[in-house]
Every structure is written in structure tokens, then in C-alpha cells.
Design a protein around this ligand. Sequence first.
Ligand SMILES: Cc1ncc(COP(=O)(O)O)c(C=O)c1O
Ligand SMILES: [Zn+2]
Length: 395
Amino acid sequence: MNNILQCPACGREDFFRPNDFFCPACQQPMWFKPRSVPPLEFKERASSSLEKFSACLPLRTLRSELGLGEGQTPLIPLNSVVTSGKVWAKLETANPSLSFKDRGSAVVVQKALELGWPAIGTVSTGNMASSTAAYAARAGLSCVLLVKKGTSTRALVSAAVFRPLLIEVEGDYGQLFRKSYELGRDLKIYFANSVDPLRLEGYKLTALEIREQLGQAPDYVYVPLSSGGHLLGLYKGFMELKMAGYINKIPVMVGVQAASCAPIARAFEQGLVKVIKIQPGETVAHSIANPDPPAGDLVLKLARENQAHLLAISDQEMLAAQSQLAKQEGLFIQPESAAVLAAFHQLKNDFSGSSVLILTGQGLKAAYQPSPEFRNYCQARVEELPALLSTVLPQ
Ligand SMILES: Cc1ncc(COP(=O)(O)O)c(C=O)c1O
Ligand SMILES: [Zn+2]
């Protein structure tokens, strides 16, 4: 079992310990030392992605009864996107708590029980909170959620239903993030935040699944970008597949931020090596609006080394993409997640080739007012229906 962390930025190594994985030399988050994907004997009847790819995870044994059926999400073609290449959507909305975060939470509970930690926790404004609480409930672990004051009721409810200790905290989010590790070490709560190395192990399985579903790596992978944890996990997955010879190239990653809060994309545009903390503006994209991303410098470095694109999308473009996915594809996706389609529209003239757009979160979870267009309904008496329908339905 691989228990060694490695800093992707400077190569330094250390043992894995919960709440303690930032490189002492360069302060970037470390990940489990990459290793070549072992021969993949795919388990046809696996009940989850973890079970299917358990040989690729840093776990002693896998307790499959702790799973909720995470992963193994559909990859479907997007029919409304007209381009010279092929475009697929990876539906991470099909995960048990409706977002990609479940892949990470599923690995975290396995390790917490393996190490005998009684409680897990996270600092989150939405998807990660509900996912962590769901998996803790399933595993019989206590759960502590530290959420930002002002988090929407909908987001709070989707976590509170699992009965975690839910604390709304006032103050700087970056400071809260760092403080959680200190609290975790003192109180034996494993704070599995966005860039935790075990979460990354869960996210890397998405890359393995895409390779399996397509029979090869796509040319491009589009993903919303906030703390950078998801993107790092995907990179790691493709790197490990390449080490094993399952693919011969790592896809070009396209990381998508919200224009009002895009510290990594701005630093990338400006050719900086460090991300500068920003004052965020208003955006509908709450779950990707991190003004001080903990893996920002590392994402910049990997993006440069691998010819990635990092770009910023306006709220208007995100909402238009959300609308396209709903009206033309039948998919209800959070705006911050639909941002990948808006990014595709921005870039598509630059290239052809195959693209996978990762749709990370389901629309119902989004904490914003739906556009008036969504309330496109009318009322009628039964006898009025024939006349009404004949005016609205296409002849
Ligand atoms: C729906 C959705 N997409 C994307 C992200 C961004 O992921 P990361 O913080 O790992 O970059 C988040 C983060 O919470 C999210 O909720
Ligand atoms: Zn380092």
C-alpha cells in the first residue's frame, strides 16, 4: 500500500498523516506518490468506482459496504454542440449526493476507519459539505462541518439532513481553512477539505473511467476550477495511466473559473508563477468562487507544463450554457458546472478533436434565483387546454 506523499511542485516526500499534507518546503498540497496503474482487471459487477479500481487506491482493504454507489457515471455525447470534433459530457451529477465530491468522500471514510479516527469534517460552502456528511452517516463516523456564514438555506439543508455538527462560521474563509487542520490535529477530526490527498485519489478514478469508456484518452478535458483539487486528481489519474502505458498522452486540461472570482485564470493570463489573493465580485457561481485557492500555484505550474488552458467565464455565459444543457440536452446542471460548456464555446474555433466536459454538480443544489425563463408556465381550466395547447405546440 502506498503511504508516501510527494510534493508535485518540488518533489519532497513525507508519510501520509491526516490534516498535515502541505509541503514544508514550498507550501503546496502534496499528493500520494504517483505510481503506474496496476494491470486493470476490470470488475464487471463492481458496485462502485472504488470497488472497481481498488487496486489503484492507497487503502489496505476496501470495505465496500461503506460505499453509496459512487462513480461509474455515464459519459454521453452532447448532441446540441456542433463542432468538427466529438464532445461528451461526464455526468458527475449521477453521484449519490449529486456531485463529483462523493468520489473523494468515499475514499476519506475508508481511510478514517482504517486509521481509527472517530470523526471527519470539512470546510465547505455546499457540495462537499453534503457529500462528507452523507458518507460519514453511512460509515457511522461523527461529522463536523464548518460553513461560511451566509451559506444558502438550500445548501445547509442538503447537509443538515445527515445530522452532522453544522457550524456557520463568521470570518475569512482562507483562515478558516487553515484553522481546521489545527483543530483537526488537536481534536482528532480528519478535516478532508478540497485539496486533501485522499480526495484526489477519488477524483483520479474519473480519469480511469473516461479512459475505459472511450477506450483512450480524449484530446481535451474541461473542468470547473476553484481550489484546484478536482483538476489535480484528474491530472494524477491521467499521469498514472500514462505511466502504465494505458494512454500515450495526457489530455489538454481546460480549467474554468468565474470571471468575478478567477484568481488562477488571471495569474495564468498574466504569466505569473504565484496566484494573488483577490477580492471577489458577485457571481452566481458560488461553489467555484474561491479567492485564495490552496492549490493555486501548483495548478499554475502544472497548467504551464502541460499546455493547459485556464480561462474565466461570465455569469451570463454560464447561465446561457446552463440553459442550453437544459433545453437541448435534458440536463439540469449548476451554472458553475455548466461553465465548461461556455468555455468550450469560447475555445472551439481553436481546435477540433475529442472533448470531455465534466458536469460536476446538479442544478437543484445551486444557491441562486432561477431565471424568469424557468418559470415559463401558465394556468388553465381543463376545457381551455385544447385551445391553449394548439397555440403553444409546434404544428
Ligand atoms: C459543482 C462544483 N464544481 C466544481 C468545483 C470545484 O472543485 P475544486 O475546488 O476541486 O477545484 C466545486 C467545488 O466545490 C463544485 O461544487
Ligand atoms: Zn514542495
